[in-house]
Design a protein around this ligand. Structure first.
Ligand code: NAP
Ligand code: GDD
Length: 351
């Protein structure tokens, strides 16, 4: 039986990947951070918590990563752990660099020293493109990061390539464009929107306040993207791949589609406030998935409208169940009002 270690197994992609690998017959290990309140809701939601082995580890702590890799003795490592919120990287640039930049290098070093046969997947990102040089981005497009998050991910992108070319490790970068699902964190714009639509529909919220509505993203469906990660580690030779739908939509389009799904008119509820605008944003992302389609036979299936519908319906269902007195693994009821946090942040946004 193959063994896989997933860092960041408690996150959106970690949970979906754990489910996929279990279905493929893997023995799945995952790292989690010891926190005062448990954070296993996604693994419970997908009904996989009791089918995996958890190991405490932090990307900033070499010893715990060494321990995690030693005790799990994996065939494959999927490095998904990160401070993944671009907005927060402007507040915590050094921590983000430590986790998202140096973290991958720690794992690569451990692999190099203890078992060079371990295959390594690095969660790279379309954020690397930043101020885009081309309207459609592929594996050859120049990177120009626009956030401390993207700068940190650039470091891990290159070290993954360097350890592959220099030490012969089987190490791959998945340059994944945005991918969403009902398990998406609430601070990301898609889930912030679908959660708000659900609450407005049920009379639990009055308005939705957002930042830059003109930003365009290539949004896909997360469960399909974890399949692409797995395929990258099954090929004969390691390589880097863009994973994307090839379509781009603005935040405004996402908003309109989400309210439409709930038979509401977005203009009646949506406001903008510059406290949600970042010091430096990425305006356009649209990936070209030709390479992964041709080489690994990977294709996205879920359309933009279907993605929005799945997310809106899931949030409506959760809130309906909540109002009916049911409780189950879910994040929204305990999510804090983020206005205070963002007001502090906004003072530093003034150019
Ligand atoms: P996510 O939901 O935010 O999950 C991030 C995971 O990393 C969580 O399990 C989190 O643990 C863990 N983590 C954070 N800091 C850590 C630390 N210091 N030590 C150990 N673990 C830590 O992110 P995601 O959407 O699943 O994304 C997975 C990866 O893909 C990330 O590296 C992200 O940057 C990258 N990526 C995501 C997308 C996307 O659109 N989703 C696109 C491109 C690349 P807690 O649960 O304890 O917080
Ligand atoms: N979060 C958020 N909240 N974003 C907003 C808001 C708001 O209220 N209003 C507008 N936006 C805009 C952001 O400025 C950005 O241009 C866009 O919506 C998407 O923001 P996020 O959903 O936070 O995602 P992201 O694109 O910055 O980053 C995600 O995708 C990357 C891949 O391109 C994350 O998953 C990263 O980890 C990932 O690497």
């Amino acid at each position: 039986m193959k063994k896989a270690l997933i860092t960041g197994i408690t996150g959106q992609d970690g949970a979906y990947l754990a489910k996929l690998l279990i279905e493929k017959g893997y023995s799945v290990y995952g790292t989690y951070r010891r926190v005062s309140s448990p954070n296993f809701w996604r693994l419970q939601y997908l009904n996989v918590l009791d089918k995996i082995t958890l190991i405490p580890a932090d990307m900033a702590d070499m010893s715990s990563l060494f321990e995690a890799i030693s005790v799990s003795d994996p065939d494959e490592i999927y490095n998904l752990a990160a401070q993944s919120y671009v907005g927060a990287s402007f507040d915590q640039p050094l921590l983000t660099t430590e986790i998202d930049g140096s973290g991958a290098t720690r794992i690569l070093e451990i692999i190099r020293h203890i078992n060079k046969d371990i295959k390594f997947y690095q969660a790279s990102t379309s954020e690397l493109y930043g101020t885009v040089a081309e309207n459609i981005q592929n594996e050859n497009t120049v990177f120009c990061p626009n956030s401390p998050y993207a700068a940190a991910k650039l470091l891990s992108f290159h070290n993954t390539r360097i350890y592959r070319e220099g030490y012969g490790l089987f190490a791959c970068n998945g340059i994944l464009f945005n991918h969403e699902s009902p398990l998406r964190g609430l601070e990301f714009v898609t889930r912030k929107i679908t959660n708000a639509v659900a609450k407005i529909k049920l009379g639990l919220q009055k308005e939705l306040v957002l930042g830059n509505l003109d930003a365009k993203r290539d949004w896909g469906f997360a469960p399909e993207y974890v399949e692409a990660m797995w395929r990258m580690l099954q090929q004969e030779k390691p390589d880097d791949f863009v994973v994307a739908t090839g379509e781009t939509h603005s935040v405004r389009e996402f908003v309109n589609e989400a309210f439409k799904q709930a038979n509401l008119n977005a203009d009646d509820f949506v406001k903008t406030d510059k406290i949600f605008v970042r010091p430096h944003d990425v305006n356009l992302l649209c990936g070209d998935p030709s390479k992964i389609k041709n080489n690994l036979n990977w294709n996205c299936k879920t359309t933009f409208a279907e993605l929005v519908k799945v997310m809106v319906n899931a949030d409506i269902k959760r809130w309906e169940n909540f109002l009916a007195g049911e409780s189950f693994a879910w994040d929204a009821p305990s999510f804090p009002d983020n206005i205070t946090i963002l007001k502090r942040h906004s003072k530093n946004n003034i150019k």
